[in-house]
Design a protein around this ligand. Sequence first.
Ligand code: PCA
Length: 322
Amino acid sequence: MNMKSSILAASILAFSAATAHAEKWDMALAYAATNYHSEIAAEFAAEVTEKSDLEIVTHPGGSLIGGAEIFGAVRKGITPIGERLISALGNDDPIYEIDSIPFLATGFDGAKKLYEASKPALSKKLDESGLHLLYSCPWPPQGFYSAKEASSLDALSGLKFRAYNATTSKMAESLGMAPTKIEAAELAQAFATGVAQAMISSGSTGYDRKLWEHVNYYYDVKAWLPRNMVIVNKKTWSRLDNATRNVLTEAAANAETKCWAKAEELDSWYVEQFKEKGMTVGTLNEDVLASFKSVGGQLKDAWIERAGPEGAEVLEAYEKMN
Ligand code: PCA
């Protein structure tokens, strides 16, 4: 084939690939393209695109819609599909915060059980809000990053703390730090300019945002495992034919299985990277950990009160699984 005809052939192929799909969805993602959540979302999109009439294109790093706006945007149908950190939605309903109750589920097994126990209530709440749940995937256990050594609570006093939900805000405040909500996409900037000096998050997000360039200490607290969820606008979902819905459901189940396994596989790897980059990695001393747990206990009690009988039912179902 000469050059001209191979270019022609390539453009015919590209044209037919582009027109083979009856519909295209832009999928809004908040986290880095190289993060496993985003990579698996891209694999999910590719599987749907390959097996159905629907093409899904992912937009990581808040490039289409910023993290804080994704939930509302999918709900309103501004974009049909997106991924959001569930616990950031606590103002809408306490059920969204169950995965961030401090020290309730602190490992992958517990987090999985908590997901199973809470999934009916979560799906129901989303459905009432005009959304359909496709899948949900955890972040690794949450640790504490600090510019100062956490030798005591006094040493942490007044540190500017980056929060990603109400639980992290309240936790920081009760521990004497000064919280500000910042999306992961803006983290490197916030730490570089001194807007943030500490945070609670997973090794994953610290790794993505090269936190070792800004803070020296990482404490492997294992405070909880928050999750992201992938949601679709319910009206858009309802008008899909059954075959397309089945492809989406199956691809979502595959993504969910892969994503849980990946999170677990990467957990200790991230922490190893911090050591290699020269961070001081360890666990909190007994006194500071006791303070984290005591504040965590208060937050748990406050959640139980806010969540009422529906929340109690989910917690009971979780406790029965253990
Ligand atoms: N990373 C996300 C949420 C929890 C996590 O581990 C973040 O820091 O925004």
